[in-house]
Write a protein that binds this ligand. Sequence first.
Ligand code: DGJ
Length: 731
Amino acid sequence: MTALITFDEQQGVFHLHNRKISYLLALEEGGILSHLYFGSAIDSYHGQLRYPRVDRGFSGNLPGHTDRTYSLDTLPQEYSASGDSDYRLPAAIIEHADGSRAARWIFKDYQIVDGKPELAGLPQAFVEDKTEAQTLIINLVDEVSHLELALNYTIYRDRAIITRSSKLTNLGSQAVTIKKLASLQIDFVAKDFESICLPGAHANERHLTRAKVTAGVKSFESRRGSSSHHMNPFLALVEPKTDEFSGEAYGFALVYSGNHKFELEQDQIDQTRLLIGINDYNFSWDLQPQASFTTPEVLMTYSEAGLNQMSQAFHQIIQERVVRSKFKHQARPILVNNWEATYFDFDEEKLKPIVADAKKLGIEMFVLDDGWFGHRDDDTSSLGDWSVYKKKFPQGIKHFSDYVHEQGLKFGIWVEPEMISLDSDLYRQHPDYLMQVPGRAPSPSRSQFVLDMSRPEVQANVYQQLSQVLDQGIDYIKWDMNRNISDVYSVGLPASRQGEVYHRYILGVYALLEKLTTNYPDVLFEGCSGGGGRFDAGWAYYMPQSWASDNTDALARLTIQYGTSLAYPISTMTAHVSAVPNHQTGRQTPLKTRGDVAMSGVFGYELDLTKLSQAEQATVKKQVASYKQIRSLIQYGKFYRLKGPHEGNQTAWMFVSPDQREAMLFTFQEQAFAQGALTKTHLAGLKPDLFYREEATGQVYSGAELMKLGLYDPVVHQDYTSKSYHFKVLD
Ligand code: DGJ
């Protein structure tokens, strides 16, 4: 196997490389590890280009050294610590038994191994075959405390992807407390950067937000116990000129669903440090002698051809090597979900006609949402009691699931396993399962509370209840989480270890999911947290798809789905057609537009099918039939963003099959104008010299024409319109 990682002993330079990217790091005087380069592939590197030494006032030097030009305060490093002369934000803060918080990471040794070692208990990118990747493990030590820090770098052979994580082992004789341990540090020399992040809110997630990186510190984080609607665990650093097709883009996605923090610091000489990892907010971890702590991992990519190329690298790695379910390459069923159709007001008899209509229209799965369990008629009760509500399903869930199956549809069900209502048998039996701070009343949110998932007995209780549900003919689970975590405290841990609860919570959820997904491999899991509140690469490891947002308005969804696609593949993003006026925004959009937006993801409906007019039912039937034709192209084709909703009146995106012989283009126009200018959409990703026939009109164009001349957009006389084009190569 050709080496993907080499070490030049003479120059002390490590080089991780494939045909697309290179990453270089070097050993400096005193055993310090410096960062040299991350970018496009460098085929031959001689190792002599090093960071210049310059005397900078007020930047101290290594102990015992008199060279005033060598300072940790300016050197681009691979991993920093607190308590020495680097005044920038540290990657690690470790409190020792004597109360000191200093460490210096000195090179000890390294290993290069084929493949990618597993990170126990954490979601991660994997390899199917050891030849796919190589891993460099660099061991650093803090010589005073005997802490050993392993920096893990995996480079994939055929992808512009490097993964990074770190592991701290206490080889000393006294316990230490980890206050902060980043998964990744990357220091860039002075460069004009802009950051792109994905902030949002409930029903308004992942808006592409771009800002100049300026002097000082900026953080992008979640302190909500989950990856959150509010700041997605993704960040890109780009040049000011970078657009969808040109310019440099460095992309970073954390494979983690808990509290995260991305910190950017531009220092005194315009250098940029990026730190990514578990949020240090209310975090601490007791590390006993001989124990280790492993951080979640970061997927990082570099593109010299703009944001689309960055996103495609993320889409491919997440789709192919993070998602593990047997459904990862399978056509995902078109579903109808009863939430916006009925909310809590339903019973078996009311749902049956929706199922019957779904069958007539070609829909493939019925999903029973919130309200089927305990005695739940609204959001004030029953979370924690995962047994059927007899008033709504007198003969039980299995009976209803049999009915749905007899209609030829699959049957899915909603659960919210991490939560508890005060009005529940679970609370009456186990009040201590509810996470709360002793002596303080816990804060409700949506009238509900959080289970202490850090405790194994709570995980076991939930597993046992859920497995009883899953044994009743369930094909799909929608796993929801309708509030953020607060009142963080676990009665399962001593006072000195309460800083571990946030991380142990998500580790507990991961352990539960590992067991459920292993024991129920035929169940399709869909993630959800009040829509897209936990849309991250960690969650994708357990759940191949997630509900992108509670906002089903077609116009709002353009922004949400556009932003989501920066990091996450289309096959992970579910999207439904709902009724108008839209329940979240009150907006009226045409059924065609709602269909085209939802068809740009994993498709479904979320409305009362029985209330559709005959003409609407006919349209839905056509939409369902046409999605079946293009489903694999949408779910597994290459996705290109062409025009962004944040840029103006139009959005456009397209999907191209791996062999470039088929493509689907969707264009959307927000407002109609009288005597508006003619606009065009330029396609991408086609073969210039092939001829493509547009299926609806029979018109033929060369790939070059479609990409260079572009297609004229239709002149419209209505707001919120869309147009779809299906191209196939002319044989
Ligand atoms: C939030 C989800 O995102 C909705 O789709 C729905 O399942 C509700 N929760 C039910 O409570």
